[in-house]
Design a protein around this ligand. Structure first.
Ligand code: 1GP
Length: 242
């Protein structure tokens, strides 16, 4: 499966993030089915506190059996890798203070990714205030919300380092998503694909995030909190698919 083709779209793209620790693999499969019916363009699998490789493997197995959408891993470390997925966001957390999250885990993961035959999608991962669990676990210095120029400079640095994707992450489940002016500043500065996630819950928020310059919107917590995944995702994708 050529995963990159989904990012060629002219309109906003929606990815549904499934944290393998938040439900059974069977439920993850159901969520993926509903997300696909609701118009989501792909499934991401990962989380900052995933408890082990087997749950990632079983979750992706279930999702791949149920849907024909690209499955992209979003690993917190090498235990987030499985050859059952199509691709992996090969991410470097540029504003971490811990070298393990910038180049260390990448050195360990690269040969595994090659062996598994996963398509690597190079990504600069930037944690924005408040940063949530990932900001804490990764020992990041979250970018201040009122400093869009810092996010833009990091994004440009990421582009110059060859990263095709820039992920602006406010933290899963936070109450305020990445500020719109920060997304705008990053969009003006870089040609890489801009992914925005963390705290996006409503179609209106998703639409504004895309209008501000995001190419890809990620929602995760949303599908854990509701029963009617299809309808909720459908309203969200309607708002960003032109
Ligand atoms: C987390 O950006 C993602 O890494 C999604 O955040 O769970 O708040 O949707 P939410």
């Amino acid at each position: 499966m050529n995963v990159r083709r989904i990012f060629d779209s002219e309109s906003g793209i929606h990815l549904t993030l499934i944290d393998p620790d938040e439900q059974t693999p069977a439920r993850a499969g159901e969520i993926a089915v509903e997300a696909m019916s609701g118009g989501s363009d792909g499934i991401m699998v990962g989380g900052s506190t995933v408890s082990g490789q087997s749950i990632v493997d079983e979750t992706v197995k279930e999702v791949k059996e149920k849907v024909d959408l690209p499955v992209i891993l979003f690993p917190q470390d090498t235990s987030g890798l499985t050859g059952r997925a199509d691709a992996v966001f090969f991410m470097s957390l540029l504003n971490s203070r811990e070298p393990m999250y910038i180049t260390g885990m990448q050195m360990r993961g690269a040969p595994i990714i090659k062996k598994l035959g996963l398509e690597p999608l190079p990504m600069a991962y930037l944690v924005i205030e408040p940063g949530g669990t990932v900001g804490y676990i990764s020992d990041s210095r979250p970018i201040p919300r009122e400093k869009p120029e810092i996010a833009a400079s990091y994004a440009l640095a990421g582009e110059y380092m060859g990263m095709d994707f820039i992920y602006l992450e406010a933290g899963s489940g936070v109450t305020e998503h990445v500020p719109l002016d920060m997304i705008g500043a990053v969009a003006k500065t870089t040609n890489s694909n801009i992914i925005v996630g963390g705290g996006i819950r409503t179609p209106k928020q998703a639409k504004k995030v895309v209008e501000a310059g995001a190419d890809i919107v990620v929602t995760g917590s949303l599908v854990e909190e509701i029963d009617d995944v299809e309808q909720t995702i459908s309203k969200l994708t309607d708002a960003i698919h032109k």
